[in-house]
Write a protein that binds this ligand. Structure first.
Ligand SMILES: Cc1cc2nc3c(=O)[nH]c(=O)nc-3n(C[C@H](O)[C@H](O)[C@H](O)COP(=O)(O)OP(=O)(O)OC[C@H]3O[C@@H](n4cnc5c(N)ncnc54)[C@H](O)[C@@H]3O)c2cc1C
Length: 254
């Protein structure tokens, strides 16, 4: 068990970074513009990219680089992540969202993932440089979020080595992350929460194709004045080309 003193110098470095310039960036980014969704590239190809300012990425990557995700695994303790997220909350509470959901993606993969899933995805999430993948946790659907057993209608069917998920997610924070953990019901599984399963959903398939599509970013009112919450908690509803409530995915069950 490690205590806060084990992280004194790390936390001081992080806090100084915010005071020496990070907080000013947060202030500026908050006043510039909300993130926006680019659905098509100039050739008309569907890309579904969420665009942020470069300064936003600078802030975001600072926490990942210092270890908001990877240190939990290296030190086998959640304390460094929780300390870093605690400090983040004083300067830009919106950033706590992507950090938390990225951690909440890596942890279940490490706990429940098959060796193949771990080998394939964990090294990307646990990179110690500024190229770490981000994660997301998508459970809620349009019928509601409290009772997932009653409200998740996304269905999973085996498709070769992977699973095909058909459905739509609502309130999907950190959209644009490279990887999401998604709740769905394998076809034929019992009703209720015990029939649900978790799947790993990469943003892109191995051939580079988009693995899900984004219908829109949600407009928000209540959190617009909070620095970057709107940036970090972008909301999407994935759908397919064919019509609403369908997402064609290639995903892997835990
Ligand atoms: C900023 C933000 C970010 C979010 N990001 C994500 C995300 O990344 N991924 C994700 O999956 N979801 C996300 N959500 C959705 C969140 O998980 C849901 O809002 C939450 O689970 C509640 O669901 P709901 O809003 O549909 O409310 P409901 O489930 O409709 O509940 C409405 C009200 O009824 C109450 N209630 C519900 N059921 C019962 C019951 N059986 N008994 C008594 N009271 C009950 C609730 O307490 C609540 O007060 C996000 C939400 C917000 C606001």
């Amino acid at each position: 068990m490690v205590g806060i003193t084990a992280y004194d110098s790390l936390l001081q470095e992080y806090e100084s970074w915010w005071q020496d310039g990070g907080y000013a960036i947060s202030d500026a980014v908050d006043r510039s513009r909300t993130p926006w969704l680019r659905m098509f590239d100039t050739a008309g190809v569907r890309v579904d990219e969420i665009l942020y300012s470069p300064e936003y990425w600078r802030m975001l990557k600072k926490g990942y680089g210092l270890g908001v995700v990877w240190r939990a695994f290296k030190d086998e303790s959640l304390l460094p992540s929780l300390f870093l997220i605690y400090i983040t909350s004083f300067y830009d509470c919106g950033l706590s969202c992507p950090y938390t959901v990225s951690l909440s993606t890596a942890l279940p993969i490490s706990k429940y993932g098959s060796p193949e899933i771990k080998d394939r995805f964990l090294p990307h999430l646990l990179r110690e440089d500024d190229r770490a993948w981000q994660g997301a946790t998508w459970m809620t659907e349009i019928k509601g979020g409290s009772d997932l057993g009653a409200n998740v209608e996304t269905v999973a069917v085996p498709d070769g080595a992977a699973w095909r998920l058909t459905g739509g997610k609502y309130f999907a924070s950190n959209a644009g992350a490279e990887l999401a953990v998604v709740a769905a019901r394998p076809k034929g599984a019992p009703l209720g929460v015990r029939g649900l399963a978790l799947f790993v959903l990469p943003r892109r398939r191995q051939d580079g194709q988009l693995n899900y599509t984004i219908r829109r970013l949600k407009d928000k009112i209540a959190t617009r004045s909070v620095p970057l919450v709107k940036s970090n908690c972008a909301k999407v509803k994935p759908t397919s080309w064919e019509g609403p409530r369908t997402v064609s995915t290639s995903s892997w069950r835990f």
